[in-house]
Design a protein around this ligand. Structure first.
Ligand code: AMP
Ligand code: MG
Length: 332
């Protein structure tokens, strides 16, 4: 169903809410990426999310709420730090991990005693949650280990036939998954870098320590060596280099798409190499998945990413790229 991103048709939202309350699955846009939603308190509905995505039961999903009040209903305690962060960043791309209330079933949290909650921005997501009247569990609407979707077409390419309804409100505004912050211990721990940077979090929490994940080691990086070298990746073999000089040393660029990220990287553009440029962190955040999806659809031999500099403002984009690509040396 097509809906306006700013003023979604109330009858479309009502229909989607009806599907959710009946135990169905609805894909919808948040400001980050498209999510695959089910009522979070409905264990059977949430099980269908895992089945549709082929998601391992060990990977918990985020619960989306309309406001602080609904977030509080999902957790056993709502500490002052959660209140401060939610007031500052919600609705928005910040997910808070807290101790889970009994009404949220085990399956949502992969059996852990915690739950991840956030209030997404965007009138479609907010309107849908409000109308449903229940928190909505919603991981990204892609098959497990594939790229996150930023458009309806990406959702359908992966999941058509497995979901009851998709609300198509066009491309998402932010384009990268939310920042995930664990508030259950001291110091606070950043589990996944994202659109809300560690600097913004630190400035909102003066005097509190924040532990950052090592590069490429956010929660979605498998902690034990996985069977696959690359996760959350395009189907096309995808590699990374740190500079355009390194790119220049690759002599055979036939059938290779080049994505140059960061203003400093100016790669060669031989005639047979499609080159995509994403110059600023905002631009890269918004268009990274879209560009990867596009390159993947070209059916080329490989995708080569020139990495942005290892600086704080690029942390979230680098995190996703480290999981979507392999170092170029490993292709040989
Ligand atoms: P996705 O919704 O597909 O972007 O993935 C959800 C992310 O949130 C994954 O990285 C999960 O590991 C993380 N997450 C969800 N629930 C929890 C939780 N209770 N504790 C820690 N991380 C969580
Ligand atoms: Mg995901």
């Amino acid at each position: 169903m097509t809906v306006d991103p700013e003023q979604p048709d109330p009858s479309a939202l009502a229909e989607a809410a009806r599907v959710l309350r009946g135990g169905g699955l609805v894909a919808f846009a948040t400001e980050t990426v498209y999510g695959l939603g089910a009522v979070a308190t409905d264990e059977r509905a949430v099980a269908q999310i895992f089945a549709a995505k082929g998601r391992p039961a060990s990977n918990p999903v985020i619960v989306h709420v309309a406001d602080i009040g609904q977030a509080r209903s999902c957790v056993v305690a709502w500490p002052e730090v959660a209140e401060e962060l939610a007031r500052r960043f919600w609705p928005g791309p910040l997910t808070l991990v807290l101790n889970r209330a009994g009404r949220i079933p085990d399956i949502v949290s992969a059996g852990q005693p915690t739950v991840a909650v956030r209030a997404p921005a965007g009138n479609v997501a907010r309107g849908l949650i409000e109308r449903t009247g229940e928190p909505i569990a919603a991981p990204s609407a892609n098959r497990s280990n594939r790229l996150s979707p930023t458009r309806c077409a990406h959702v359908l390419a992966d999941l058509e036939g497995q979901i009851d309804l998709v609300l198509d409100s066009g491309p998402t505004a932010v384009g990268l998954e939310s920042t995930v912050l664990d508030l259950t211990g001291e110091p606070l721990r950043l589990l996944r870098p994202g659109p809300i940077s560690s600097r913004e979090l630190e400035s909102a929490l003066p005097g509190r320590g924040l532990v950052l994940p090592a590069a490429g080691e956010s929660v979605e990086r498998p902690t034990s060596p996985g069977r696959m070298a690359v996760h959350y990746a395009p189907r096309t073999p995808s590699f990374r280099v740190d500079s355009s000089e390194e790119l220049a040393r690759i002599s055979d660029r036939q059938g290779m798409a080049v994505i140059a990220i960061g203003a400093g990287s100016v790669p060669l553009a031989p005639p047979l190499t499609p080159v995509f440029r994403l110059e600023t962190p905002d631009e890269a955040s918004r268009h990274l998945y879209e560009t990867l999806h596009h390159c993947d659809a070209l059916g080329l031999r490989s995708i080569l990413v020139v990495m942005p500099p290892d600086r704080p403002e690029w942390h979230a984009v680098r995190d996703r790229l480290l999981r979507a690509t392999r170092p170029v040396a490993s292709s040989e």
